[in-house]
Design a protein around this ligand. Structure first.
Ligand SMILES: CSCCC(=O)C(=O)COP(=O)(O)O
Ligand SMILES: [Mg+2]
Length: 231
């Protein structure tokens, strides 16, 4: 009988391929970002995140073009900036609406998420992608609409993914003891932070090379291999 009462999952590299994020989502946002900023900068929410990006970069008074260049540079270096992620999410909304792409989710992930949810296990997402972007992604996957399986979503407004305090906040928000929550990720540093906060952890190693030696966390190659009763 498993003691796990909730599961929190990462997206990129865990439920979904790294290639979907790097080769589909990021180029889509990169190409459309300049026009998006120019045509939406009067919108309060867009203005807020442009201001936050400038503040994060220490720019006191930046032109629209300087902020666009800054954001493009951050996309190219995969900076996990909350401001960038919020703006990217707004651009991806058009892509999902216009069916320019659908989100990649591994079949094993979709299958297990649906099974765990049907068994009454609350499921959550914790990703660097903004909460609106997470909701869009899971509503438009190649495996169908997965929105109904999730009880909640967390992004970097809760804190950085490599800081243990973020996982303590998530446990408080979920309202369960940390050791009843399982966190799934492809990044060992995120799992280390989650474990420091008391969560249970499983490394999802999808590279095809199998589980790395000395990862320091229980490890699986896909969601089908996760045995909740053995954790
Ligand atoms: C809504 S997912 C968009 C992917 C993204 O922008 C990202 O940075 C993924 O990071 P993760 O924390 O899911 O590895
Ligand atoms: Mg990841």
């Amino acid at each position: 009988m498993s003691t796990i009462r909730a599961i929190v999952t990462d997206i990129e590299g865990t439920t979904s391929s790294i290639s979907f994020v790097k080769d589909v989502l990021f180029p889509y946002a990169r190409e459309r970002l300049p026009a998006f900023v120019v045509t939406h900068s009067d919108k309060p929410e867009v203005q807020h995140w442009l201001h936050e990006a400038a503040r994060e970069a220490g720019l006191v008074s930046a032109s629209e073009q300087e902020i666009i260049d800054l954001l493009i540079g951050w996309i190219d270096t995969d900076r996990k900036s909350t401001a960038l992620k919020a703006l990217q999410g707004m651009i991806w909304q058009d892509g999902y609406r216009d069916s320019d792409f659908r989100a990649h989710v591994y079949a094993d992930a979709a299958r297990c998420l649906r099974r765990w949810s049907a068994a009454g296990l609350p499921l959550y997402v914790y990703s660097s992608g903004s909460v609106p972007a997470q909701k869009l992604l899971f509503a438009h996957t190649e495996q169908g609409d997965l929105s109904s399986v999730f009880s909640g979503y967390f992004d970097t407004e809760t804190g950085a993914k490599r800081e243990s305090a973020s996982y303590s906040r998530i446990a408080r928000a979920i309202d369960l003891p940390a050791d009843r929550i399982l966190f799934l990720s492809d990044i060992v540093e995120e799992l280390d932070a989650a474990r420091t906060a008391g969560l249970r952890t499983v490394l999802v190693a999808r590279s095809g090379d199998g589980c790395p030696a000395g990862a320091g966390h229980p490890c699986v190659i896909d969601f089908d291999a996760i045995d909740l009763d053995s954790l």
